[in-house]
Each structure stands twice: as C-alpha cells, then as structure tokens.
Design a protein around this ligand. Structure first.
Ligand code: GLY
Ligand code: MN
Length: 367
C-alpha cells in the first residue's frame, strides 16, 4: 500500500488556515485526527499550527493512557500529550505557550465542550470554522484509493461466496447478514462499514431495513447493502436478488434500476455538477413513472467515513473531481411489495469511472 503522507496533509491544512487569521486549528473530529496523523484511537484532539515555520508550538496530539503505546506506533513523528481531557488540556498547554487565537471545528465540538474550552482558557479566542479538513479529504491519495479498492474486493468476494454457497431458502435475514459478515472477516475485513442491511419480501421496500427473523420465501426480492472496512476505509455495495423465479414486475423493476444506475455512472466525469449526476439517474426512474418511489439521493462520497462529501442528490452543490470515490445507488421502493437498489462504489477519473465493486448486477435467482 502506498504510505499516507500525514505531514503533507497537515501542511495543506496549514495553508488553508492562513485565510482564517488564526494561530492554528484545534481538531476534535476523530476521523480528522486520523487523516492528519494516522492515530486511530477513540479519544483524541490535535493542534495543527497555521504557520509551522513560525509556530511557537508544533503540531501536538492528545490522547489518554489507554492509547500511549498505540500513539507511539501510529504517530512516531509528533509529541503526544497523555490526558483524559484531551481538548481542554491541549488548549491549556497552548495558552501557556502564548497562542491567542485558535480555530475550532464547529461541526465537531458540542456546545458543552465549547463552553468548557472557553471557561478553562479565557485568554484564547476560539474561532468557529467549518469544513476545513472535510474539503481536503474529498480527493483521495493513491494510498487511500488502494485501501478502498481492498475493502471493495473483500466485499464482492464475500458476496459471491455467500451466493455460490446456496442455502438461502429457509434462512432468516439475520442469518444471511451474519454469513456475509463472517465471510468478510475471513477475507481480511477489519469490521463492517455500517450495519449490514438485508431486506426480504416487503422488507426490501424499506431502504435501511435492519435484518430480523423473517425467513426468506419463494418470490421474495432480497436487497443486500453492506461493506467491508480496511485501514479505516469503507466499501459500500448493494445488490438485489430474487428467491426462485422472478415475476415479470420484478424483472422490469430490476431492469429499470439497473438502467438508472448505468446512467448515473455514465454521468460521472471530472467537473460534472453533483446535481446533474443525480439527475441523469433520476430522469430514467421518473420517465418510467417511479420518481416518487426513488426516495433518497443517488449517492455519496466514501472514505474514512461511510457518508462524506460530495453528496449526489437533487439540489446538491459542487462538482465531482478526479480521484473522488462516490457511490451510485438508485433504488425504487414499492411499499408492501418490494424494492430494488443497485449500488457500486466508483472512482471518478479523467478516463472514465472506475467501478471498485465489480460483481455482477444481474437479477440472480437464488435457491
Ligand atoms: N449503503 C448504505 C447507505 O449508503 O446509506
Ligand atoms: Mn451507500
């Protein structure tokens, strides 16, 4: 795997901070701490100076005693402050070093935590900022794309194994989810990217159905939405199957969603407005009279978070760029009857979209 350039990422963040007129940024999103340092523990805060050449304090990580050893392995290049009160203790130290104005991540600091920071360090101006790190994370580096590809390869291999193993008839949704998750673990997944969705029969029309005790019946549509996680990076894939011979309406619905998905993928080119990518797929569904039953956006960025910028939906702003991974996941849901969703994780490139979740999109009949 190509290594992550954490120092380079911090330098790019520092360059952005100069416009904010702050001495640095207090990073409180654990995802952002991971992206900027490599540290993957659950309790942390990070200070990134705006001008590393003139800074009175260099980048400094705080975490608690459970992570002392892990931090020294994952972040050999930074000083680490060991404390349970990560953000307040970091700020107290910075205040003592003469730092006077610090940006905070408005979307990743609770009101209570913000109030506590103001109380313990009254001499420091806290300046709310937004999306400083999120925007840097949108375009992925080769090492990030390699981890995403690995997570997607594990996911597709696990699905193919579970499909080929048979035994679907008589199984419950919960059992199917368990089989898939075990197959991903055996293939090297660190865990699931999100709670596995298995919706059968009428439950397939519930976009985020939580797998329950329902036993599969002949004639069921089966929506499976899941993903592996590797090195923090999330795969996201959905396929829709049928148990036994499909009815004509099921074949038609599947073909419609598949056409919409193809149109969405086809619209993914550097510079394409996010709303236009959604429109390309949604227009296909609307033309077939099912627009009202496509109840969510077309897709989302994916990386260290399962849902991250950019978002592809009606009213979305911005454009997609090269080396940005997104999902393309149209669905049509007929309440009480069943639904179809087909989803791939796709990387936008200058030479066309690269699909990472490469397994068949056919309506496979299971038994
Ligand atoms: N695949 C689940 C989701 O995107 O919400
Ligand atoms: Mn998704």
């Amino acid at each position: 795997m190509p290594p992550h350039d954490h120092a380079g990422r911090r330098a790019r963040l520092a360059a952005r901070l100069s416009a904010d007129d702050v001495d640095g940024l207090l990073v409180t999103s654990p995802i952002h701490v991971r992206w900027l340092t490599g540290f993957s523990g659950s309790n942390s805060a990070l200070f990134v100076p705006a001008d590393p050449t003139e800074a009175r304090v260099s980048a400094l990580l705080a975490t608690d005693g459970r992570y002392t050893a892990q931090a020294s392995v994952e972040v050999p290049d930074l000083s680490v402050l060991i404390t349970r009160r990560c953000a307040p203790a970091l700020l107290e130290q910075l205040g003592g070093a003469g730092i006077a104005r610090i940006g905070v991540e408005a979307a990743h600091l609770s009101v209570a935590d913000f109030d506590e920071l103001r109380r313990v360090t009254p001499g420091i101006d806290l300046v709310p900022t937004s999306t400083r790190v999120e925007e840097l994370r949108v375009v992925k580096e080769p090492g990030e794309l390699a981890l995403l590809a690995a997570a997607c390869a594990i996911s597709t291999s696990a699905l193919e194994y579970v499909v080929e193993s048979g035994g679907w008839s008589g199984s419950s949704e919960r059992e199917l989810a368990g089989r898939l998750e075990a197959a991903m673990r055996q293939r090297g997944s660190d865990g699931t990217a999100f709670e596995t969705i298995v919706g059968t029969g009428a439950n397939s029309a519930v976009p985020h159905h939580r797998p329950g005790d329902r036993i599969l019946e002949r004639g069921d549509l089966v929506v499976i939405d899941f993903g592996a996680r590797v090195g923090g990076y999330h795969a996201d894939i959905t396929r829709t199957f049928v148990l036994g011979r499909p009815a004509p309406w099921q074949v038609d619905l599947h073909e419609l969603v598949r056409s919409a998905q193809r149109a969405g993928r086809g619209a993914l080119a550097p510079g394409a407005p996010c709303a236009d990518v959604d429109r390309a797929a949604r227009g296909v569904v609307e033309a077939a009279g099912h627009g009202a039953e496509f109840v969510h956006g077309l897709g989302h960025g994916v990386g260290l978070e399962i849902h991250e910028a950019p978002f592809l939906g009606p009213g979305a702003t911005g454009s997609v760029r090269a080396d940005v991974p997104v999902t393309v996941e149209p669905g049509v849901y007929l309440p009480g009857r069943g639904g179809v969703r087909i989803e791939d994780t796709v990387v936008v490139t200058d030479t066309g979209p690269t699909v990472l979740t490469t397994t068949s999109r056919d309506l496979i009949a299971l038994d």
